[in-house]
Write a protein that binds this ligand. Structure first.
Ligand code: BES
Ligand code: MN
Ligand code: MN
Length: 480
């Protein structure tokens, strides 16, 4: 029996144990955006470091410094750098993942406690972080542990970089990657990131593009304090009224961005790209099912994918300072901040996006004739990433996928963002591959986030099979 087949057999034998490990880490509520949970984020990083060290990996904990979270000064959680194996005859694969998660409260509408992993009869493993990104991060660890325990040769040198701030903009990480490019990351042959999802629910995929994100706060400041609407309504310029007007000028109900010039930098479509939409596992039916209501804008699947992958989009997220509690309150809020973001695509430049958005909002605000004070603040900008799926790194991953799932993977791009992808590519000068474990309906960031047991277990096999394929792939082979 080949090493890979032996590995697959062991993974099948240890399924329940692997689920228990996922349960253990889901129970650590490592929510990076919540100051009161920062200790849990750190604990999660330490858990990973300890487990890898127990296996014999050399780790380096990098503490990126301080963060100012709404006036509270916090220590940023550690970036855990690691090296597992150091054999000059083996290739070196760098893997990245994040151990922080999105917030989750039972009251948000979860059917079960978000930080208690529940194994459902239909195979779903429900819990915050199960698919984003604790399942995949564990995948690498369990793969290495399984090889070691069975005395199987580990096919590559593995380097890893696990961070605890991804869901909050990866603060501090870019600087660390730049600083370590010729040090800790030296000798990296390829990078693999498992932090995205299949296009559907049955066919695996490899991903070669991500959108960037430019996030803005639009602040309107009026009176020095909140006002009684009975006394002041109709007699003062209300910040909330200005804000609602301005937000409504950003995007129309069909998703068309109204900021002039915003589509100018969008890459033209090539014939190759047009062909790439054919034969993908993607249907509006399934999508409407996942959404629990058919609210899809476009009539054609291809258009939906294009608006997810190759066009910029603008979403409005919320309003800080507005009255939002249940019941009625006749108040005029004194200061409000509307929050919105654009997902950016090749070849948009974040600086240009910020300039266009700011100019436009200034002009629209001037039209209102309001005496309030408006400010546009760009809170973070992450760049898009687009790469060729023909590199031997992708070929190796495609072979691994066929071996585990028996089908050739779809080649996809994503609408979401992992800004650090480009940082690795640029600073290490090597190919980066996105190799997802979870499925389209996993509900990352949502209530009842899950990973299917099938995807988790096969995913652990997939990551291992990929490393074995890399070991026998000529990475210098010319790419088509
Ligand atoms: N795993 C996601 C990235 C992702 C989302 C990939 C959707 C594919 C589809 C990641 O954890 C994430 O949520 N990223 C944030 C980045 C942001 C905070 C800069 C995102 O996309 O909103
Ligand atoms: Mn993620
Ligand atoms: Mn996420």
């Amino acid at each position: 029996m080949s090493t890979v087949d032996k590995y697959f057999e062991l993974v099948d034998q240890h399924q329940q144990k692997f689920i228990e490990t996922l349960r253990e880490v889901v129970a650590i509520p490592s929510v990076s955006s919540d100051a009161s949970r920062r200790g849990e984020v750190v604990r999660m990083g330490e858990w990973l470091q300890a487990r890898w060290e127990a296996l014999g990996a050399t780790c380096k904990r990098v503490d990126p410094g301080k963060q100012d979270l709404h006036g509270v000064e916090l220590d940023l959680p550690p970036v855990i750098l690691g090296q597992y194996g150091n054999d000059a005859n083996k290739k070196t694969v760098l893997v990245y993942g994040h151990y922080d998660v999105q917030p989750a409260l039972l009251e948000d509408g979860w059917d079960t406690d978000p930080f208690t992993l529940v194994e459902m009869a239909d195979g779903r493993l429900v819990g915050r972080g199960s698919t984003d990104d604790k399942g995949p991060v564990l995948g690498w660890l369990l793969c290495a542990e399984t090889h070691k325990q069975a005395g199987l040769d580990f096919p590559v040198n593995l380097k890893f970089c696990f961070e605890g701030m991804e869901e909050s903009g990866s603060e501090g990480l870019d600087d660390i990657i730049v600083a370590e490019a010729d040090k800790w990351f030296k000798g990296t042959d390829v990078v693999c990131i498992s932090d995205n999802y299949w296009l559907g629910t049955s066919k695996p995929c490899l991903t070669h593009g991500l959108r960037g994100v430019s996030y803005f706060h639009l602040q309107i400041e009026g009176p020095g304090a909140d006002l009684h609407s009975g006394v002041f309504g109709g007699t003062v310029h209300e910040p909330m009224i200005d804000l609602v007007h301005l937000l409504s000028t950003l995007v129309d109900p069909n998703g068309r961005i109204k900021v002039p010039g915003i589509y100018d930098q969008v890459m033209a479509e090539t014939e190759e790209e047009q062909r790439s939409y054919e034969g993908l596992e993607f249907s509006h039916n399934a999508l409407a099912g996942d959404l629990k209501r058919d609210i899809i804008i476009h009539s054609d699947e291809r258009m939906t994918l294009k608006h997810r992958w190759r066009y910029p989009t603008l979403s409005i997220h919320g309003v800080e300072g507005a009255f939002y509690a249940p019941g009625d309150k006749t108040v005029i809020p004194a200061r409000v901040r509307g929050k919105f973001s654009l997902r950016t695509v090749p070849n948009m430049e974040p600086a240009r996006v910020a300039e266009l958005v700011t100019q436009y909002l200034n002009a629209e605000f001037a039209k209102l004739g309001s005496k309030n004070v408006m400010k546009v603040i760009e809170t973070h900008g992450g760049r898009w990433w687009y790469s060729s799926p023909n590199h031997p790194n992708f070929v190796a991953a495609a072979r691994a996928t066929e071996r585990v799932y028996g089908v050739a993977p779809d080649l996809t791009r994503e609408g979401g963002s992992i800004p650090v992808t480009l940082t690795f590519e640029e600073n290490l000068g090597v190919n980066v591959l996105l190799l997802p474990m979870g499925a389209a309906d996993d509900g990352a960031h949502s209530t009842n986030e899950k990973i299917d047991k099938r995807n988790y277990i096969q995913g652990i096999k997939l990551l291992g099979a990929y490393l074995h394929e890399i070991a026998v792939t000529d990475l210098t082979a010319a790419t088509a």
